[in-house]
Write a protein that binds this ligand. Structure first.
Ligand SMILES: C[S@@+](CC[C@H](N)C(=O)[O-])C[C@H]1O[C@@H](n2cnc3c(N)ncnc32)[C@H](O)[C@@H]1O
Length: 205
């Protein structure tokens, strides 16, 4: 059955080159720095949720991480990352799924989400995402979630998003402790600025 939301994302990745989308980063440096700051073991289970064809996975491999899952609703985005990585793509557990339908036997020490969570608009979908992180992140595991800030754009990829501040994030993820929050200005390939908020939360129960 056709799913207009999934179709939107398949169309984006079918029609646009890697650097023709506003969220493109040649090197996702802020995410890399925050991940390094957590001092994870290289055996840690890591997932990048709504990864698209982001180069974060390439960097995670270079950092020596061995148990990496990459999830996106768009099969085309995953295919593009696999092609870019070549043989190294065999090191990765690839998942094509809507995050809210994701089921996993693996539980994670790090869950990274840049600019995917903010597309969830209904209370029901936001709650379902929170239930999922409560279930799938290990105790003392970390959640890095980056969204548009309260001063950021109202839309991303032509779709309405939810903006957040640190208070909103820490109230939503109540089983987590907010350890770090920072505003970060992303320069798009079109030379415009987008204000993000990057958060690190640690699961406390
Ligand atoms: C703005 S892009 C960000 C991509 C990547 N995280 C990055 O930083 O380059 C949003 C991504 O989230 C994915 N996405 C959006 N909603 C999703 C959902 N409900 N489940 C899984 N992936 C989703 C889209 O396909 C897209 O790749």
């Amino acid at each position: 059955m056709s799913n207009p939301y999934k179709d939107h994302w398949e169309n984006v990745y079918n029609t646009k080159k890697e650097n023709e989308v506003s969220w493109y980063q040649n090197t996702p440096q802020k995410s890399i720095d925050l991940i390094k700051s957590i001092n994870l073991d290289q055996e840690s289970n890591i997932i990048d949720v709504g990864a698209g064809d982001s180069r974060l996975v390439d960097n995670l491999i270079s950092l020596g991480f061995k148990n990496i899952t990459v999830l996106d609703i768009s099969s085309k985005s995953i295919e593009k990352s696999k092609i870019r990585l070549g043989e190294k793509s065999e090191l990765i557990n690839w998942v094509v799924s809507d995050i809210n339908d994701f089921q996993s036997d693996i539980t994670f020490d790090l869950w990274h989400d840049r600019a995917a969570f903010h597309f969830l608009k209904s209370t029901e979908k936001i709650k379902s995402y929170i239930n999922l992180v409560n279930k799938l992140i290990n105790n003392k595991g970390n959640l890095i979630v980056a969204t548009f800030s309260k001063k950021g754009p109202l839309k991303c990829s032509g779709l309405e998003i939810s903006q957040y501040d640190s208070k909103g994030i820490s109230e939503l993820f109540e089983n987590f402790k907010l350890n770090h929050s920072e505003i970060y200005t992303h320069k798009t390939p079109f030379n415009t600025n987008q204000e993000f908020i990057y958060n690190i939360l640690c699961k406390t129960n």
